[in-house]
Ligand binder design. Sequence first.
Ligand code: GLC
Length: 545
Amino acid sequence: MAYIPEKETELLWWRDGVIYQIYPRSFMDTNGDGIGDLKGIISRLDYLAQLGVSAIWLSPISPSPDFDFGYDVSDYKDVDPKYGTLEDYKELIRKAHEHNIRVILDLVLNHTSTSHPWFVESAKPDPNEYSDYYLWQPGKKGKRPPNNWISLFTQKNGWEYVPERDQYYFHMFAKQQADLNWRNPKVYREMMDVFRFWLDLGADGFRLDVFNLYFKDASFRSNPERFNLIPFNRQEHIYDTDQAEMAGVVRDIRSILNEYPQRYVVGEQFLSKEGNLNRYSGDDKLHAMFDFDFTHSPWNASSYRKIIAGVEAKAGNFSWPTYVLNNHDTTRSATRFGLGEFDERLKQAAALTLFLRGTPFLYYGEEIGMRETELKRNELMDPVGKNFYPFHKGRDGCRSPMQWNSQTNAGFSSGNPWNKLHPNFPERNVNAMIHDPNSLWSFYRDAIQQRKNHKTLQTGDLTLLDQKNETVLSFLRRYKNQIALVAINFSQIPTTFSLADITSPFKWNGTFSNKPLQEPSPEAKTIRLEGEQIALFHGKIGNLA
Ligand code: GLC
């Protein structure tokens, strides 16, 4: 199976550990230009080790004109000077490894920036080496776009006319992000080379940006249309996503990674489709794919239970699940859950992601419950917000500077931060929370430690319990004769949940919770929980005598 190492006892960093996403612009600035940098990340490795994460995933660090803040790459094989140099990158890898932290890079291979030298050449009228690097097509009947494909970021036709070539190029995102022509063998080789380049420089893994878009229909057929109020959803995306050629791509990527020990690749799927998990991940394909259902679940037991059951059913034993509460594209969970400044629910959500069967992805600042910032229209920088305000305020609010302390600019930068700080930073910051044993930060650290210390929480099987219970979500993790029982009371009032589903006799030996908790008696058939309590009970199955 894809995720079982040769020796069963061996730890797999990406399966058993916790992955922490860093948005480099916003993490830590060391040169005072208001933008985070690699040296800043290096300076916080002690912090990350103290929190207990096994790996960091860096949002793109390659050169970019930042129309989409790094997701529009203008050189795949370098580091953007605003983040540092390739030497800084190598030092980051070296030091991260000294801290036993792996480094995952974000590869944006569906499109490049239109400032990429390939595109600049490609747009020229005279045929050259790069003419066929992008999806160029003549207009239909002269002046109409080649087909009906839509751009997500403009919600208008995604073909852009270039007079010099008298042709259109396609962009699924902004017009500054031109989609590459993966059918061109030269482009294909360039892309595979990007993997080797960074692997040779010590990268431990990759997160693939919208990878299931790489190929588009060879004859550029229009998508079938259907009724919907949102233009992008007004068509079935059958010719601009998930083309058959992707089956070969995921295998080629995996075989490159297999040449290096213990590497990992996780894919971000665009418009998730039933069956894609099996299609793209497994033994000889990607290790995993993101599941974003948690990012839009309402806060109730039934909804989370349903998602978990779905993840378990879909993953089977060919793919290792992932759980995500936050990332750089989503309103922060602390704001989604509408909590004011209270954090108990965030502790519950943390335990949920950390104790499930799958890799938890944390997003910088989640461990201190950073809230979304509010930006005025004229402060917006994200193209999504700029195009769709006030219907969509964009993603700047979940990318605000990390709140390290209560000093100037929350300790993030001595200069002028590129993005607005949250006004709550004088109280809500790492320095304040790290010293408070009851803080959300301390809870994250301790919960990560629980996962580290217990095989049950890493690779144990998962069984949902008491499934009709509307307020308590409970599940059992089992590894050989050891068990871990996790229960989360979603309501603010005390309640109980039933152990009737567990038939074997068991003996408890240890608990963990955000509130006072007693070990239940061995005969207990129900367990009581306080309001907003998350309880973890360790135990052993077998002879109770
Ligand atoms: C992915 C990224 C997002 C980016 C888009 C285009 O969805 O997560 O931030 O804007 O792809 O690259």
